[in-house]
Design a binder for this molecule. Structure first.
Ligand SMILES: [Zn+2]
Length: 250
């Protein structure tokens, strides 16, 4: 573990100082703001090794949740008002925000998690075409047959409807890294950073989305002051894919 190795490599006094500095930062380094619950103040560290200022102590939001929150709330009138929304693998902090939004319908769905409105398989969604105007799908596609899932999301959307997508992606990679030979939990954790992940996306993710029939892929990326203010991961992106056709009127 590099974190422990780094500590072990230090002189005893430096080692103590390093540990002390890490511990001091666990409860927050800079004051941040949560767009989802409005909390302002220190955010807690999260993850191993710890990412400082990662977790909102009031609502539990992490960096990617707050990025999605900034995007959704920043254009709530055009994106959300009057829309029928389907939310796969709903994050509680996002779901709470959306339940208070002026939507025509809001349905949470998951294949395994019991605390959702409907048990749906994103690879074979048990809904007819034109069932929803907006589908939220954050950190789901790397777990499943993504081409099949994207085709299904496209099928159930209304003409002009949108899919909001977030995935683990390495922008320096031209090609997505996946290998069907990597099967065990331990191997997948080594190669894809989590035991149930099937791939790490490269920047060809955009091509993969468009190949399933979507057009006009737009991107909202954590940058500059926004990242500093809300404690976002710089460069992380929300992708919005639009299905061809006339958008539904709000
Ligand atoms: Zn919060």
């Amino acid at each position: 573990m590099p974190f422990l190795r780094k500590i072990a490599s230090l002189e005893p006094v430096s080692r103590l100082r390093y540990r002390f500095e890490v511990l001091c930062r666990m409860e927050g380094v800079h004051e941040r703001e949560c767009p989802l619950c409005g909390h302002r103040g220190m955010f807690r560290a999260h993850g191993l090794p710890p990412r400082f200022d990662a977790c909102c102590p009031a609502c539990g939001s992490l960096e990617r949740h707050r990025l999605l929150g900034c995007y959704l709330l920043g254009q709530a009138d055009s994106l959300l008002a009057g829309r029928r929304v389907l939310h796969f693998a709903p994050e509680p902090c996002i779901a709470r925000t959306l339940r208070n939004a002026p939507l025509a319908a809001y349905v949470t769905a998951d294949l395994h998690e019991p605390a959702v409105d409907e048990r749906l398989n994103i690879e074979k969604i048990d809904k007819p075409p034109n069932s929803f105007d907006l589908v939220l799908c954050s950190h789901v596609l790397e777990h499943v047959d993504d081409r099949q899932a994207l085709s299904e999301v496209h099928r159930i959307l209304s003409p002009g409807g949108t899919a909001i997508l977030m995935v683990p992606i390495v922008e320096a990679w031209t090609r997505t890294y996946e290998d069907e030979g990597i099967r065990t939990h331990r191997e997948r954790e080594l190669h894809f950073n989590q035991r149930d992940h099937l791939r790490f996306y490269g920047r060809d993710f955009r091509i993969r989305v468009k190949e399933t029939g979507f057009e006009a892929l737009s991107e909202f990326t954590a940058y500059g002051d926004l990242a500093a203010r809300y404690g976002l991961t710089r460069g992380e992106t929300v992708f919005t894919a639009r299905k061809p056709g006339s958008p539904p009127s709000a």
